[in-house]
Design a binder for this molecule. Structure first.
Ligand code: SAH
Ligand code: SF4
Ligand code: F3S
Length: 443
């Protein structure tokens, strides 16, 4: 019996949602070239890494994986090893000097060139690092049929002094709104109910589109207007661009969810200044007040960096104060990590590691306490949940998310991809628990 032998690929993704989405494009593109996905790296003819460089830990995690790829390549030299994404972009051709077993390397704006490399007979290593185009025209393999990412812009024009992203993803470029609406229509026709707009600075969308530009709030309205979009989310916005029209969209547009991720980074004015965040503590808290005024029940989450160079105990106490005042529904907390080529890496007065860790422990304790307190407001309420799957521990239990982006474990009979009503019985800082209300399916 003749078996058609497909070549197989394996992709490992590090980093943010943008990278997760870029990997979906890589997979879609590879499958259109006749490749099939391999479950294990060892079974793949093409081993790809989509890398991140946001913190040192991200680099280290990737380097450890690369060791296995090296071994697999030495066992079978026909295998192709590819490295894409932000780490690749930040070191460029140095990849090949440091890791001679790598065959192809490409930056985040160069996904399409991977196909070109695979189709060529080139035996020499190739690097592609000039931003060329959005990957919107590439096929895409989504993780879940009913949820999709939509990249609305690329790059970042901010100059946050700690951040490597502007140098890996380049200047900001927005995609054409008509093209985005068409993409959403196609996604809905393909079964998507929840769309998450992606951009490094997602709410500065449109600045580069010229005189007749569409603002971010207008784009939200355009996408909300596509029939079949039940939930609309976006990440990550910058507080400086969180204007009233965007906040009102959460109150006025049916699909726009009651959740805003509003990265704080620090509660201290002098640290924010050194970070070049372009807002101070008061302006940030004004944004929070505006959100609470228009969307009182809105979930708020944030990102915080601990131990930025020069951060004093007094600065850190101000961060704790803001966290306590705002009462976030959740927060990602990071130890400051000096990144090559960034301004903050060159600053004196680096905070000792032990001090960073001690501050982090206090911060996490407060974040969790406030999140747990905040989550109690859901207990006793019936919440709409989009079912994402079963829970790992108990297959009889279902797991999904509310519009507030809270994870919910619940007893029920719903299928994956359905919207159901769940009565919430208890809440921890991270997870709600409840049971499905029977006969109450949202059509
Ligand atoms: N574009 C998004 C996300 C940037 S990366 C935004 O601006 O919100 C996600 C988070 O990683 C940042 O919000 C920041 O909190 C953290 N981060 C970025 N660079 C860092 C560094 N050098 N050290 C520690 N944390 C960092
Ligand atoms: Fe980095 Fe700041 Fe741009 Fe976010 S806004 S990607 S933190 S430079
Ligand atoms: Fe990492 Fe690049 Fe995203 S550095 S966080 S993968 S934009």
């Amino acid at each position: 019996m003749a078996l058609v032998e497909h070549k197989r690929y394996h992709v490992t993704t590090f980093g943010c949602q943008m990278n997760v989405h870029d990997s979906e494009r890589m997979k879609g593109m590879l499958e259109s070239l006749g490749y099939a996905q391999a479950d294990e790296r060892a079974d793949a003819d093409l081993i790809l890494f989509n890398t991140c460089s946001i913190r040192e830990a991200a680099d280290n995690r990737f380097i450890a994986h690369l060791g296995e790829a090296k071994r697999l390549k030495s066992e079978d030299p026909e295998r192709v090893i590819g490295v894409g994404g932000c780490w690749a972009q930040s070191v460029k051709d140095e990849v090949f000097e440091r890791f001679p077993f790598v065959d192809v390397a490409f930056g985040p704006g160069q996904i399409a060139r991977l196909a070109e490399f695979l189709a060529s007979d080139s035996l020499s290593a190739q690097g592609y690092f000039e931003f060329e185009d959005f990957s919107g025209h590439l096929p895409m393999k989504r993780e879940r049929e009913f949820q999709a990412w939509l990249q609305i812009s690329q790059g970042c024009n901010c100059r946050c002094s700690y951040c490597i992203v502007p140098s890996t993803r380049g200047r900001e470029r927005s995609r054409d709104p008509a093209e985005l609406v068409a993409e959403v229509e196609a996604l809905v026709a393909d079964g998507v109910r929840e769309v998450t707009l992606l951009g490094q600075n997602v709410n500065s969308y449109g600045r580069d589109l010229g005189a007749s530009r569409t603002t971010f709030a207008e784009l939200l309205a355009l996408i909300d207007g596509v029939d079949g979009v039940e939930r609309l989310r976006y990440t990550s916005p910058h507080p400086k661009d969180m204007r009233e029209d965007v906040v009102r969209a959460h109150a006025e547009l049916a699909a726009v969810c009651e959740h805003i991720h509003l990265p704080l980074q620090s509660g201290s004015g002098s640290v924010l200044k050194a970070m070049r965040r372009t807002y101070n503590r008061e302006r940030y808290l004004d944004r929070v007040a505006l959100i609470r005024e228009h969307v009182p029940d809105c979930a708020l989450t944030t990102d915080i960096i601990v131990g930025f160079p020069g951060e004093t105990e007094e600065d850190f106490a101000q961060t704790l104060e803001v966290v306590d005042d705002v009462g976030y529904d959740g927060a990602f907390t990071f130890l400051f990590s000096p990144r090559r080529g960034t301004e903050a890496a060159e600053l004196g007065d680096q905070v000792p590691h032990a001090v960073k860790r001690e501050r982090m422990a206090r911060l996490v304790e407060l974040v969790q306490r406030r999140a747990r307190e905040r989550a109690q407001r859901f207990v006793g309420r019936t919440m709409e949940v989009l079912v994402e799957g079963g829970t790992r521990r108990d297959p009889g239990q279902l797991r999904g998310r509310t519009r507030h982006n809270k994870a919910v474990n619940f007893e029920g009979t719903a299928s994956v991809g359905e919207l159901v009503e769940v009565e919430i019985e208890s809440a921890t800082s991270q997870t709600l628990t409840g049971h499905e209300r029977l006969l109450s399916r949202v059509p």
